[in-house]
Design a protein around this ligand. Structure first.
Ligand code: AMP
Ligand code: MG
Length: 479
């Protein structure tokens, strides 16, 4: 259990040393104590003042080797070589008791050589959104980066209006993005690309080195993990919003949260990102974009793998995603045994929700709380009752054929259909209070999101769907 600096020392020519710049009257407002304990981080991580001291005093083990990483990315389909950590720094790496690597990354740390004309800062609004979302996805079982701590301040930061500057310490296996590899391939710096691959294999994918074709094993693993992650997004109604290749992790984790949303009403082509009028990153475009992004990444493998091998790797994506998605959806619908009628039943349920603008997560939860004999109570909420009845009859028949105890089936469904989901209108309430210095709702919501499948006392308010005026809130990229 030690701090390490392998990226800073081994890939120093792929990054820049930068010191974090403190914020005016910085104050720690949240420490993810259970994660601190899980990683067995030193005690300084449990005390607000020690933590501030540690992050900003110089020299310290967290500032001396802090680096901004260079990467590029395809943004909305266009290659941009001028990206990199413009406001985030990799402070250090930590090995947990199981020997796993965790990057300790400070977002909002001030300007870097890759900031271009921007200020290097993050605002409280966006750091709260990232903290809430990464914890929410984690507790739903969706692969994601995690939040370790949140710092607010009185530093004015200007976006559409003046906001509070803030910082987030984020952690995950590594911050290696598709865009890292794309950059060193496209810039023609193939010696640096080689260094990056060597490092990636040694640090994060040593098992691939033991296979006959390490580069293909690595690409296969990235393809598989990306497919799994996106299957989860589709099953749980998560719209990422900015699937640029600089926001795609090679570990297949959800990463770089911006104007994301969990669906309120089920709108398959929902666009959470206000700055994406064409809907490139709409909810139902995500599976296709995942493959587009993998194609972009795969080009960086072309010095090592011939075209046919790359194609074989990419061909894994669609079946993997579909298989995982089907499994997840079957579980959400309580269809525990395989049957040729399952896909049609699931599709018709989704079509009903879409046609009648029903809330995505709440509808699945209601289905988990009603034995088939009482489905009529759900029926009353639908306008096209004949259509509902046709579906409900077929569903009841299928459920009956499974021969599973009804109580057991519903209990299993309640374990995969959350009662509490992160909603933008709730996040907005949390932010409004936090901007006034009150973090009580933030902590309460985090608590509710950490047990999404149970509604504990006092948490009912977080199961509510938004009023019509607050449904399907789209957000801008500004953060
Ligand atoms: P994002 O939209 O957060 O994924 O960022 C896209 C690119 O812009 C990355 O290279 C970021 O480092 C950079 N960036 C975003 N916001 C800022 C900021 N406030 N200051 C400097 N760079 C930024
Ligand atoms: Mg980004």
């Amino acid at each position: 259990m030690t701090l390490r600096y392998s990226y800073a020392s081994e890939l120093s020519n792929l990054a820049s040393l930068v010191k974090p710049q403190a914020l005016k009257n910085a104050r720690v407002v949240a420490i993810n104590q259970s994660l601190v304990a899980q990683l067995a981080l030193p005690n300084t991580w449990t005390d607000n003042n020690d933590l501030l001291q540690m992050l900003f005093s110089q020299p310290s083990a967290y500032t001396e080797h802090a680096i901004a990483q260079k990467y590029g990315g395809h943004q909305f389909g266009f290659w941009n070589p001028d990206l990199g950590d413009g406001r985030g720094l990799l402070l250090a790496q930590w090995s947990d008791p199981q020997g796993r690597n965790w990057d300790l990354h400070l977002k909002g740390a001030g300007s870097t050589p890759y900031s271009r004309f921007a200020d290097g800062r993050a605002v409280l609004r966006s750091t709260i959104r990232e903290y809430l979302a990464s914890e929410a996805l984690h507790y739903l079982g969706i692969p994601t980066s995690r939040a370790l701590c949140l710092i607010t301040s009185e530093e004015p930061v200007f976006r559409e209006r003046q906001e509070r500057g803030a910082m987030l310490v984020r952690t995950c296996e590594s911050h290696l993005r598709f865009g890292h590899f794309e950059y060193f391939y496209r810039s023609g710096e193939h010696d640096k690309l080689q260094q990056l691959f060597d490092y990636t294999f040694a640090q994060h994918f040593p098992h691939c080195l033991a296979t006959p074709l390490p580069y293909q094993s690595l690409l296969n693993e990235i393809v598989d993990k990306t497919a799994q992650m996106i299957a989860y997004w589709q099953a749980y109604g998560f719209n990422h919003g900015v699937m640029n290749t600089d926001n795609m992790s090679i570990h297949g984790i959800t990463f770089d949260y911006g104007p994301y949303a969990f669906l309120d009403d089920f709108e398959p082509n929902y666009i959470c990102n206000h700055s994406d009028p064409q809907g490139r990153y709409s909810f139902d475009s995500q599976p296709g974009i995942g493959l587009w992004n993998l194609n972009a990444l795969a080009q960086a493998f072309s010095p090592y793998l011939d075209f046919e091998l790359i194609r074989t790797s990419l061909m894994r994506y669609e079946p993997q995603l579909l298989t995982r998605y089907s499994e997840l959806m079957r579980a959400k619908c309580g269809l525990s045994t395989a049957h040729p009628d399952n896909p049609a039943l699931i599709n018709e349920w989704l079509a009903l929700l879409a046609a009648e603008h029903k809330d995505y997560s709440q509808s699945f939860r209601l289905l988990s709380e009603h034995p088939v004999a009482t489905l009529t109570q759900l029926r009353d909420q639908f306008v096209d009752r004949e259509r509902f009845d046709r579906w409900a009859q077929a569903y009841a028949k299928r459920v009956d054929e499974q021969g599973l105890d009804e109580g057991q089936r519903l209990a299993q469904m309640c374990q995969v259909n959350p009662a509490v989901i992160l909603r933008n209108f709730q996040a907005q309430r949390v932010i409004t209070l936090a901007e006034q210095g009150d973090f009580s709702l933030f902590h309460e919501y985090l608590q509710a999101l950490s047990e999404p499948y149970t509604v504990s006392a006092g948490m009912q308010k977080f199961t509510q769907t938004p009023p019509d005026s607050d449904k399907g809130m789209a957000l801008s990229c500004s953060s």
